[in-house]
Design a protein. Sequence first.
Length: 345
Amino acid sequence: MKKKTAIATLLIVAIFFFIPMSITLITYNYHFDKRIYHNNNYFEYLTTLNPDFTKQEVTFPSDEGQLLSGAFYSQQTNDDPKGLLVFVHGMGVSHENYLAEIEWLTRENYVVFSYDNTGVEDCEGTSLKGLTQAPLDLQHAIQYIYSLDGGKDVPIILIGHSWGGFSVATVSQLGLEKDVDGIVTLAGFWRNINVIEDIAKIYVGDVVTLLRPYLMLYEKYLFGENSNLNGVTGLGSTNAQVMIIHSEDDPIVRYEGNFEMYNTNFGEQDRFTFVGYDDAGHKLTVNKASYERIHDIMHHQMEHDENSLEFLKLNEERLSLIGDFNYDVMNNIVEFCDRVVGDIN
């Protein structure tokens, strides 16, 4: 009888803990227990089009002492920049994937600071670790800026896409030495569990709803109390002006569960600006067809050696598309930044 009871107990534990936890770990680590490398050559390409586009490379420590790599971007002709924009990249890419947008913003007389998250490109870290790592990296990026001579005296506006949108919306919840002046979220999700569930659903279907507590438990194990970061609390913890941009056809970060959540909580507040689109896709800043082609090219390039003719041909096409901007989105960003800086001055 005792043997049967013990077997039954083991079966229950296996069914309700070990099996779902194993599925959770496999799915989560497939996406985050890795490093990201790209060979973009975006900066070299953009400087052939605009020789005045320049960068100053830096490194700074993040939460566990790991060094992150970044750069201050500007135009050599920018004698009196309006302010500092901090551009935070999305998942699966590096900040160089946004250099065309960054170059645009420097031509609008801003200095732009951008960097790579833990586990990306030249940054230290054995892996990406998880979604909550990005806000921690941003917190330390801002601390680094504040440590520089005059770093606390310039207007600072955060701009983040997708994962970066989550970062800029939540970083104030971590506590900053000085509040930032503006925040722009582009296709950003409001809390990590939503996106983790969407990723897991690809592999396990609707069973993902049963995995929610295990996903939350693993995030808690990795990040402790910081696993509770969310954009609603984060944006409620700052006095910054905020612009939230999203498109209804976004296939990666759902509009209805994120943009609408922010609108429900902050839609009546004057410091919030909401810009919704019907068909701007996920990248937003680049025309949808071009972004989708860039995405396809990057996957095809993985099949070829970097020195092969096919790789180089694909790279040439990819570079030709990075500046195919959605001008309405880019102009909205610039107008918002100008308004924030104007209100300060």
